[in-house]
Design a protein around this ligand. Structure first.
Ligand SMILES: [Zn+2]
Length: 135
C-alpha cells in the first residue's frame, strides 16, 4: 500500500510512459519508456518532496465513456485502465497525481515516509527500470 502509493509518486517524478512494474517487500520498480537516463538525485529529491508535501488521497468515479475521452490520464502503456463495469475509479493525490487505479493507497503521501532511489537500469533500447525502496 505504501510502496504502491510511492510508485504513483514515481510516475509524477518521471514524466514518461510506464511500460511495466512490480512491487516486492519494501521495494518497488517501474519501467519507463525513456531514451535518456534520468537523474537519480533529482528523482529521489522529487519523491521525498511529494511525500513531505503530504498530498491527501481522494477517490472519484467517471464513466467508461469519460475515461475514453481522457486517455491522457492513463500512465501505463502495458496495463489498460480498469474499464468494463461502466465506471472507472480515479485516484487523486492532492495536486500531485490523478490516474485511474484499482489498487490500495495511503490516505496521504506523508504516510509513505522517506524513500530512496536504489537503481536506474537500462532495459532494452529505451526502457529504464527505476527501483525505489524505503529509506
Ligand atoms: Zn494506485
Amino acid at each position: 500500500m505504501r510502496m504502491h502509493s510511492c510508485l504513483h509518486m514515481l510516475c509524477v517524478a518521471v514524466p514518461a510512459p510506464v511500460t511495466g512494474g512490480s512491487i516486492r517487500d519494501g521495494s518497488g520498480r517501474l519501467d519507463f519508456d525513456l531514451p535518456n537516463p534520468p537523474d537519480k538525485e533529482d528523482i529521489e529529491a522529487t519523491l521525498n518532496r511529494l511525500v513531505l508535501e503530504d498530498h491527501s488521497m481522494s477517490l472519484s468515479w467517471i464513466t467508461d465513456e469519460e475515461m475514453a475521452e481522457q486517455q491522457e490520464l492513463v500512465r501505463t502503456m502495458s496495463v489498460a485502465p480498469p474499464t468494463g463495469s461502466g465506471r472507472v475509479r480515479l485516484v487523486k493525490f492532492g495536486i500531485a497525481d490523478l490516474q485511474p487505479c484499482g489498487g490500495t493507497h495511503v490516505a496521504s503521501t506523508a504516510e509513505i515516509g522517506p524513500v530512496r532511489v536504489l537503481s536506474i537500469k537500462k532495459k532494452g533500447k529505451q526502457n529504464r527500470r527505476i527501483t525505489v525502496e524505503f529509506a
